[in-house]
Design a protein around this ligand. Structure first.
Ligand code: DGL
Length: 254
């Protein structure tokens, strides 16, 4: 059984990818939406929520935890690995692939405030982009819009347009989507940007990493796999996004 968590629905795209890779594996997903966005919270608070999720998953018999949240990964993954004897796979802004793709040694990163100011993100940037220019922007209100499903409003469409114009003004052609919620905005951003800009997210890299550490014999082979989804807040967003899927929806009690 694999446990996956995010501050909300952002990580559901990773849940889908995991279930494609391991169709007979049970998965538990936590949408900690009562406390979203994590990106505007204090480090200690995020750390504490992540520890609670890890302990909950371990109690449920999970054998690997995916942190489907850049903010939580960049802030908490080292501490979680030190504290709990279970493998963790995290997700981080895809700086390395973006640098490899970019011909101008300039890339854009759009992420939460907490991710952009985290030690791990800045170390990754230093490691892979020390001789490049990284143009950064906080996706103000993006997490909230994806959670509420209200991404078609004129105000929000203007926000997306401003984001594209911002990167265009900086002559950036490759923009890293450094928050799993933003993956749900990829098509809209790409439509606005046309062929001037590519938006990069690391789902495939995360699944490859998962395959490296989660061997087939760790997988519980069942005819029908179960998907349990726990929400700490409203269940509407999960129901909206997974409307054609079979899953059991439960209230997170902490
Ligand atoms: N999906 C998260 C991330 O990848 C959430 C951000 C938030 O809650 O602020 O960073």
């Amino acid at each position: 059984m694999i446990g996956i968590f995010d501050s909300g629905v952002g990580g559901l795209s990773l849940l889908n990818a995991v279930q494609k890779a391991y169709p007979s594996e049970d998965c538990i997903y936590i949408s900690d939406n009562k406390y979203a966005p994590y990106g505007e919270k204090k480090i200690d608070f995020i750390l504490e929520r992540c520890q609670k999720h890890a302990e909950f998953f371990i109690e449920q018999g999970v054998r690997l935890i995916i942190i489907a949240c850049n903010t939580a990964t960049t802030i908490a993954i080292s501490a979680l690995r030190e504290t709990y004897d279970i493998p963790f796979v995290g997700i981080e802004p895809a700086i390395k692939p973006a640098i490899q793709l970019s011909t101008s040694s300039k890339i854009g990163v759009i992420a939460t405030r907490a991710t952009l100011s985290s030690t791990l993100y800045n170390a990754t940037k230093q490691k892979y982009a020390s001789t490049s220019t990284v143009v950064e922007r906080v996706g103000e209100g993006f997490v909230e819009a994806v959670e509420s499903g209200n991404t078609q409003s004129e105000t929000f469409q203007n926000k997306l347009r401003e984001t594209v114009l911002f990167f265009e003004a900086h002559k950036v052609n490759f923009v890293v989507l450094g928050c799993t919620h933003y993956f749900f905005l990829k098509e809209q951003l790409a439509r606005i940007a046309g062929d001037k800009m590519k938006f990069i997210e690391p789902t495939e890299a995360v699944i490859n990493r998962l395959k490296n550490i989660y061997r087939e014999n760790d997988v519980r082979q069942t005819e029908e796999s179960k998907t349990l989804i726990y929400c700490s807040g409203s269940m509407n967003a999960v129901q909206r996004i997974l409307k054609d899927r079979q899953f059991i929806l439960l209230k997170l009690q902490y």
